[in-house]
Design a protein around this ligand. Sequence first.
Ligand code: PNW
Length: 449
Amino acid sequence: MAIVQFPNGFVWGAATAAFQVEGAYREDGRGLSIWDTFCRTPGKVWEGDNGDVACDMYHRYKDDVKLMKDLGITSYRFSVAWPRIIPDGSGEINPKGIEFYRNLVDELLAHGIEPMLTLYHWDLPQALQDRGGWANRETIDHFLKYVETVFKALDGKVKLWATFNEPWCISFLSNYIGAHAPGLRDLQTAIDVAHNVLVAHGKTVRLFRELGIKGEIGIAPNTEWMEPFSDREEDVEAAWRRRGWLNEWFLRPVMTGQYPEKLVQWFEKLGGKPKIEPGDMELIGSKIDFLGINYYTGGIGRYNPEEGDIFGFQEVPMGWEKTDIGWNIYPQGLYNVLTYIKREFGDIPIYITENGACYNDEPGADGRVRDQRRIEYLKKHVLQVARAIESGVNVKGYYTWSLMDNFEWAYGYSMRFGILYVDYETQQRIKKDSFRWYRKLARNNYIEV
Ligand code: PNW
């Protein structure tokens, strides 16, 4: 047996997001979000599932923080629901909403758990979508007012702040592919949303500095690692474009203040172009303190202009193992993402803000959830993080997705990512085998292989 050690002070955490776990969708003045609407639009979410109750964490957070303590994590990543703070997105502040997150944060701190707060994890107030949502630049100003409210309410308590979770999902998945709320299918709209979200990110960073908020601020984009099927130039280019769509389109402007030229030209051929106003790119490139990286999967593919995607990229099924949601298991892709970031953008501190696996194992007759496959997945990915650290990438922590099974967006409750099993009838939480495995890892700060 070998031992792979992590640096002293390495952060082991777990993550969730407001809409996926809170429930209490009409309580204490919460407004409606685009996901409440999307869930009620026929055909959009598996079996019409919704977030009305979810894991009921709004009422159960004290017990859930106890479970986190038992898990031994030193940090918990969660998001604030904008519609709880400003129910219609632009009007009155709702003190009850602020109170909930103050209580949650106090509870975490009382248990020695450092909060990492995501300001936007997809629950845009519906009233703003009715006025064009993120495609409308005015949404940026409304967002800044919401952000200022949260900054002031939690300054001094929260030290780790993430502006946006997965801008690719907010823009392209939601407005071009149409799989997430608001479910639109228009390339220019998606490019506009991406741009406005990036500007909102930059302005949030500026505001953070201006207000002198204590702590660190970053962003949490989703990444994938696509490899070319062969060394042929056209395969290499197609794979670059496809992974660049997720990685480069967001990371490059955030880290350097510039869109990647190759992709700008590609989008132009497809009839799309970012609407850049003077000063935008400087704002977007405002210096951040850390990068959050969400990583789940990757693949191999080649150039095929007829059957490929908009980039001419067609994945080749390589017969790799997949998780229950159908995503390839590709641990080395995480190493590739991390070393690529260091190569391209330098030594920024990195948190893995999400990594985890969907396996739908149910409790056995003895009540135990034997999710050995999740343990294997986590082990393989954590090892790649260790490799990256030894290669000089400045990874400070790792948050597994997810603390508990929850509302998995378009898949509703049919897909389980948790290391806690949630019985949605009783709201009982059951520690899966992976929970015990992760506890050991968090306690030891090394992994046995
Ligand atoms: C991320 N895709 O979502 C989110 O940050 C989480 O809220 C989510 O539960 C988790 O990953 C697992 O899915 C994604 O279709 C959802 O490419 C879908 C995609 C990517 C990320």
